[in-house]
Design a protein around this ligand. Sequence first.
Ligand SMILES: [Zn+2]
Length: 332
Amino acid sequence: MKGVCPHCEEIRDIKIIKKIEKYVIRGLEIESEAEYSVCTVCGKDFATMDQMDITLTNGYNLYRKLENIISPSEIIAIREKYGASQKAFAKILDLGELTINSYEQGSLPSKSVSNLILLMDKPENFTELFEKNKHKLSLFQIKKIENSLSEQSVPLYQVDLDLMVEVQEKYTGYTRPDWEKYIALLQLILYSAREKLYKMALLKIAFYADFASFKNNVHSLTGWPYAAIDHGPVPEEWKTILYSAEEEKNLVSEPDEFEMGDLFYLPDNFDYQKTSAFFTENELELIIDVTGKLKNKSASELRELTHLEDAWIETAHASKIDYKHAVTLKMF
Ligand SMILES: [Zn+2]
């Protein structure tokens, strides 16, 4: 095997040897095997970066065994059992944001932190700290963890529908909000468009479909509430919707070459029969109609169109849009 000898400063034939060495880690003396390279020309030994890493890892592992400290893989297993991200797990445990990441990468937690994480293996312990600290977490993380805790066959990432129903009916268009139906709507818009759509275009077409349905039939398609932001109307929880739709392989996205934002399209296994069953024939026609009229508009054209609608004009910034504004919809 060849390697650069730091003593000769030349590429040399290298032999590998092992030595038993003593280290002091956190005040504890540890004897562990260390790997070294020996230059076959000058006969001196040295450790490469990789060898130093391995030696340190071996030392840490021995220390973990002796002191009963949790290992990186045990931390990952406990954290993933609850569907928690590294950041969320750290917040639940009252630790610094990046600490869990560093422990999972191999750095040594203190004995007390190690014990705390080991205690989290029991769901009742974890639940207690989760309840105490969940106000620090995103709604998405809370839902994900609650779903893991409940261990029911509910789909992951589901938004709390009871929360949505609390929203007055004027914001849902007299339809019970339906998460799966909303994702089905996004899929059918893409199916009707027969091309990739920018995120904002996809969400605005969904807005028009829901509001046009309310205008024609006095009920929205999906019951989903929309809020007015600078870009125009957007569905509540739109980040969670798109994230989960991608996680569950209902939608696919890619960045576009002009960096105008993500382009969304359907996965190869999209099932039209199954997806269209969420809607009536009339509703399917409406989705095709709305998509056909809007799919070729640019982002700024769509923005201008929605800015002409009472739904946007009459709604305070970042507030929910009353479906009554569907009656004066100009586009449909
Ligand atoms: Zn040498």
